[in-house]
Ligand binder design. Structure first.
Ligand SMILES: Nc1nc2c(ncn2[C@@H]2O[C@H](COP(=O)(O)OP(=O)(O)OP(=O)(O)O)[C@@H](O)[C@H]2O)c(=O)[nH]1
Ligand SMILES: [Mg+2]
Length: 215
Protein backbone atom coordinates (compact mmCIF):
# COMPACT_ATOMS: atom_id res chain seq x y z
CA UNK A 1 0.00 0.00 0.00
CA UNK A 2 1.31 3.43 -0.92
CA UNK A 3 -0.07 5.48 1.97
CA UNK A 4 -1.44 8.74 0.58
CA UNK A 5 -3.96 9.81 3.17
CA UNK A 6 -4.60 8.87 6.78
CA UNK A 7 -7.26 10.05 9.16
CA UNK A 8 -8.45 9.02 12.60
CA UNK A 9 -12.06 8.65 11.58
CA UNK A 10 -13.90 6.75 14.30
CA UNK A 11 -13.27 6.56 18.04
CA UNK A 12 -15.38 3.96 19.75
CA UNK A 13 -15.66 4.13 23.55
CA UNK A 14 -16.46 1.39 26.01
CA UNK A 15 -20.14 2.18 26.06
CA UNK A 16 -20.51 2.78 22.31
CA UNK A 17 -21.79 0.28 19.81
CA UNK A 18 -19.21 -1.16 17.41
CA UNK A 19 -19.70 0.85 14.22
CA UNK A 20 -20.72 -0.72 10.94
CA UNK A 21 -18.17 0.45 8.37
CA UNK A 22 -18.06 0.11 4.60
CA UNK A 23 -14.35 -0.65 4.23
CA UNK A 24 -12.22 -3.68 5.10
CA UNK A 25 -10.59 -3.55 8.52
CA UNK A 26 -7.36 -4.94 9.91
CA UNK A 27 -7.18 -5.00 13.70
CA UNK A 28 -4.18 -4.85 16.02
CA UNK A 29 -4.49 -6.67 19.31
CA UNK A 30 -1.98 -7.31 22.04
CA UNK A 31 -1.17 -6.58 25.64
CA UNK A 32 -0.77 -3.04 26.89
CA UNK A 33 2.50 -1.40 25.93
CA UNK A 34 3.44 -4.04 23.34
CA UNK A 35 3.53 -1.41 20.58
CA UNK A 36 0.18 -1.54 18.73
CA UNK A 37 -0.18 2.22 18.31
CA UNK A 38 3.52 2.56 17.43
CA UNK A 39 3.14 -0.07 14.70
CA UNK A 40 0.09 1.72 13.29
CA UNK A 41 2.05 5.00 13.20
CA UNK A 42 4.87 3.19 11.42
CA UNK A 43 2.50 1.72 8.84
CA UNK A 44 0.94 5.17 8.28
CA UNK A 45 4.33 6.94 8.11
CA UNK A 46 3.19 9.20 10.94
CA UNK A 47 5.11 9.92 14.11
CA UNK A 48 2.31 10.34 16.57
CA UNK A 49 -1.16 10.30 15.01
CA UNK A 50 -1.87 7.20 17.08
CA UNK A 51 -1.06 8.27 20.64
CA UNK A 52 1.63 6.18 22.31
CA UNK A 53 3.07 6.15 25.79
CA UNK A 54 5.73 4.42 27.82
CA UNK A 55 2.98 3.92 30.42
CA UNK A 56 0.73 0.94 29.65
CA UNK A 57 -2.98 1.56 29.19
CA UNK A 58 -2.69 4.49 26.76
CA UNK A 59 -5.26 3.43 24.18
CA UNK A 60 -8.61 2.97 25.89
CA UNK A 61 -10.92 3.26 22.89
CA UNK A 62 -11.16 1.44 19.57
CA UNK A 63 -9.63 3.80 17.01
CA UNK A 64 -10.26 3.45 13.29
CA UNK A 65 -7.63 4.96 11.00
CA UNK A 66 -8.88 5.47 7.47
CA UNK A 67 -6.10 4.72 4.98
CA UNK A 68 -6.45 6.12 1.42
CA UNK A 69 -10.20 6.00 1.86
CA UNK A 70 -10.06 2.29 1.09
CA UNK A 71 -9.44 0.50 4.41
CA UNK A 72 -9.14 0.91 8.18
CA UNK A 73 -6.32 0.05 10.53
CA UNK A 74 -8.03 -0.55 13.86
CA UNK A 75 -6.09 0.17 17.06
CA UNK A 76 -7.47 -1.81 19.98
CA UNK A 77 -6.94 -1.15 23.70
CA UNK A 78 -4.33 -3.39 25.25
CA UNK A 79 -5.12 -6.20 27.65
CA UNK A 80 -3.28 -7.23 30.78
CA UNK A 81 -2.81 -3.68 32.04
CA UNK A 82 -1.86 -4.38 35.62
CA UNK A 83 -2.94 -1.04 37.12
CA UNK A 84 -6.45 -1.14 35.72
CA UNK A 85 -9.19 -2.05 38.15
CA UNK A 86 -10.89 -5.41 37.74
CA UNK A 87 -14.01 -3.75 36.35
CA UNK A 88 -11.96 -1.70 33.85
CA UNK A 89 -10.15 -4.84 32.70
CA UNK A 90 -13.48 -6.58 32.26
CA UNK A 91 -14.91 -3.67 30.31
CA UNK A 92 -11.94 -3.47 27.93
CA UNK A 93 -11.82 -7.24 27.57
CA UNK A 94 -15.48 -7.28 26.63
CA UNK A 95 -14.97 -4.40 24.22
CA UNK A 96 -12.13 -6.21 22.40
CA UNK A 97 -14.02 -9.48 22.32
CA UNK A 98 -17.16 -7.74 21.14
CA UNK A 99 -15.26 -6.00 18.35
CA UNK A 100 -13.71 -9.27 17.14
CA UNK A 101 -17.07 -10.94 17.35
CA UNK A 102 -19.31 -8.42 15.62
CA UNK A 103 -17.19 -6.50 13.12
CA UNK A 104 -18.45 -7.59 9.71
CA UNK A 105 -15.61 -5.86 7.86
CA UNK A 106 -12.79 -7.36 9.90
CA UNK A 107 -10.56 -9.18 7.42
CA UNK A 108 -7.46 -9.96 9.46
CA UNK A 109 -6.19 -9.80 13.03
CA UNK A 110 -2.60 -8.97 13.81
CA UNK A 111 -1.68 -10.14 17.29
CA UNK A 112 1.33 -8.37 18.74
CA UNK A 113 3.69 -9.94 21.27
CA UNK A 114 6.99 -8.63 22.62
CA UNK A 115 9.81 -10.47 20.87
CA UNK A 116 11.85 -10.54 24.08
CA UNK A 117 9.44 -12.52 26.22
CA UNK A 118 7.58 -15.79 26.30
CA UNK A 119 3.91 -15.15 25.50
CA UNK A 120 1.84 -14.54 28.64
CA UNK A 121 -1.29 -16.43 29.67
CA UNK A 122 -3.27 -13.44 28.35
CA UNK A 123 -1.46 -13.63 25.00
CA UNK A 124 -2.35 -17.31 24.70
CA UNK A 125 -5.97 -16.64 25.62
CA UNK A 126 -6.18 -13.87 23.04
CA UNK A 127 -4.61 -16.07 20.36
CA UNK A 128 -7.09 -18.83 21.11
CA UNK A 129 -10.02 -16.42 21.20
CA UNK A 130 -9.08 -14.97 17.80
CA UNK A 131 -8.79 -18.48 16.34
CA UNK A 132 -12.12 -19.39 17.93
CA UNK A 133 -13.67 -16.39 16.17
CA UNK A 134 -12.55 -17.90 12.87
CA UNK A 135 -9.43 -15.85 12.12
CA UNK A 136 -5.86 -17.00 11.56
CA UNK A 137 -4.01 -14.35 13.51
CA UNK A 138 -0.75 -13.04 12.11
CA UNK A 139 1.75 -12.62 14.90
CA UNK A 140 3.89 -9.50 14.99
CA UNK A 141 6.89 -9.81 17.29
CA UNK A 142 7.53 -6.21 18.36
CA UNK A 143 10.57 -4.39 19.74
CA UNK A 144 12.89 -6.24 17.39
CA UNK A 145 15.57 -3.61 18.06
CA UNK A 146 15.80 -4.79 21.68
CA UNK A 147 17.40 -8.14 20.87
CA UNK A 148 20.54 -9.13 18.99
CA UNK A 149 20.09 -10.16 15.40
CA UNK A 150 21.56 -13.56 16.21
CA UNK A 151 18.75 -14.17 18.72
CA UNK A 152 15.82 -13.41 16.41
CA UNK A 153 15.14 -16.92 15.12
CA UNK A 154 15.36 -18.40 18.61
CA UNK A 155 12.83 -15.88 19.91
CA UNK A 156 10.48 -16.41 16.97
CA UNK A 157 10.53 -20.13 17.76
CA UNK A 158 9.87 -19.39 21.45
CA UNK A 159 6.82 -17.32 20.49
CA UNK A 160 5.47 -19.94 18.10
CA UNK A 161 5.83 -22.63 20.75
CA UNK A 162 4.52 -20.44 23.55
CA UNK A 163 1.33 -19.63 21.66
CA UNK A 164 1.02 -23.18 20.24
CA UNK A 165 0.33 -21.62 16.86
CA UNK A 166 -1.24 -23.53 14.03
CA UNK A 167 1.19 -24.72 11.34
CA UNK A 168 2.08 -22.05 8.76
CA UNK A 169 1.20 -19.21 11.15
CA UNK A 170 3.33 -16.21 10.28
CA UNK A 171 5.45 -14.51 12.92
CA UNK A 172 6.84 -11.23 11.59
CA UNK A 173 9.42 -9.35 13.65
CA UNK A 174 9.02 -5.55 13.69
CA UNK A 175 10.78 -2.57 15.16
CA UNK A 176 9.01 0.75 15.55
CA UNK A 177 12.43 2.36 15.97
CA UNK A 178 14.05 1.14 12.75
CA UNK A 179 10.80 0.28 10.90
CA UNK A 180 12.36 -3.10 10.07
CA UNK A 181 9.53 -5.42 9.04
CA UNK A 182 7.22 -2.64 7.80
CA UNK A 183 7.42 -3.67 4.17
CA UNK A 184 6.60 -7.30 4.95
CA UNK A 185 3.62 -6.31 7.09
CA UNK A 186 2.15 -4.06 4.38
CA UNK A 187 2.73 -6.71 1.72
CA UNK A 188 0.86 -9.21 3.81
CA UNK A 189 -1.93 -6.75 4.61
CA UNK A 190 -2.32 -5.92 0.91
CA UNK A 191 -2.46 -9.60 0.09
CA UNK A 192 -5.03 -10.33 2.79
CA UNK A 193 -7.26 -7.49 1.60
CA UNK A 194 -6.90 -8.40 -2.06
CA UNK A 195 -5.05 -5.16 -2.92
CA UNK A 196 -2.75 -6.95 -5.32
CA UNK A 197 0.84 -5.87 -5.80
CA UNK A 198 1.94 -4.90 -9.31
CA UNK A 199 2.67 -8.04 -11.29
CA UNK A 200 6.25 -8.82 -12.27
CA UNK A 201 7.30 -7.89 -15.80
CA UNK A 202 6.94 -11.41 -17.12
CA UNK A 203 3.23 -11.32 -16.28
CA UNK A 204 2.07 -7.83 -17.14
CA UNK A 205 4.56 -6.76 -19.79
CA UNK A 206 5.51 -3.48 -18.06
CA UNK A 207 9.20 -2.64 -17.61
CA UNK A 208 10.48 -3.76 -14.23
CA UNK A 209 10.57 -1.10 -11.52
CA UNK A 210 7.38 0.62 -12.66
CA UNK A 211 4.76 0.70 -9.99
CA UNK A 212 7.28 -0.26 -7.34
CA UNK A 213 7.44 3.14 -5.72
CA UNK A 214 8.24 3.34 -2.01
CA UNK A 215 5.31 2.70 0.26
N1 LIG B 1 12.44 0.05 21.40
C1 LIG B 1 11.18 -0.04 20.96
N2 LIG B 1 10.19 0.53 21.66
C2 LIG B 1 8.92 0.40 21.19
C3 LIG B 1 8.62 -0.33 20.01
N3 LIG B 1 7.28 -0.31 19.83
C4 LIG B 1 6.78 0.42 20.82
N4 LIG B 1 7.75 0.85 21.64
C5 LIG B 1 7.58 1.67 22.86
O1 LIG B 1 6.72 0.97 23.75
C6 LIG B 1 5.84 1.87 24.43
C7 LIG B 1 4.40 1.47 24.21
O2 LIG B 1 4.08 1.65 22.85
P1 LIG B 1 2.56 1.86 22.37
O3 LIG B 1 2.59 1.87 20.88
O4 LIG B 1 1.93 3.01 23.06
O5 LIG B 1 1.92 0.49 22.90
P2 LIG B 1 0.39 0.01 22.84
O6 LIG B 1 0.43 -1.44 22.56
O7 LIG B 1 -0.38 0.86 21.87
O8 LIG B 1 -0.09 0.25 24.32
P3 LIG B 1 -1.59 0.49 24.91
O9 LIG B 1 -2.21 1.58 24.12
O10 LIG B 1 -1.35 0.86 26.33
O11 LIG B 1 -2.30 -0.80 24.78
C8 LIG B 1 6.21 3.27 23.91
O12 LIG B 1 7.12 3.85 24.82
C9 LIG B 1 6.87 2.99 22.58
O13 LIG B 1 7.79 3.99 22.20
C10 LIG B 1 9.72 -0.93 19.30
O14 LIG B 1 9.56 -1.60 18.27
N5 LIG B 1 10.97 -0.75 19.82
MG1 LIG C 1 -2.02 2.00 22.11
Amino acid sequence: MVVKSVELEIVCGVTSKIPVTDKPEIAFAGKSNVGKSSLINGLMNRKSLARTSSQPGKTQTINYYNINNCMYLVDLPGYGYAKATVSEKEKWGRMIENYLHVSAQLKAVFLLVDIRHEPSVNDKQMYEWVVYQGYDPIIIATKLDKIKRSQVQKHVKMIKEGLCVKPRTMVLPYSAQTKQGREEIWNLADELLGFAQPLPQALDGRPQGEGNEKK
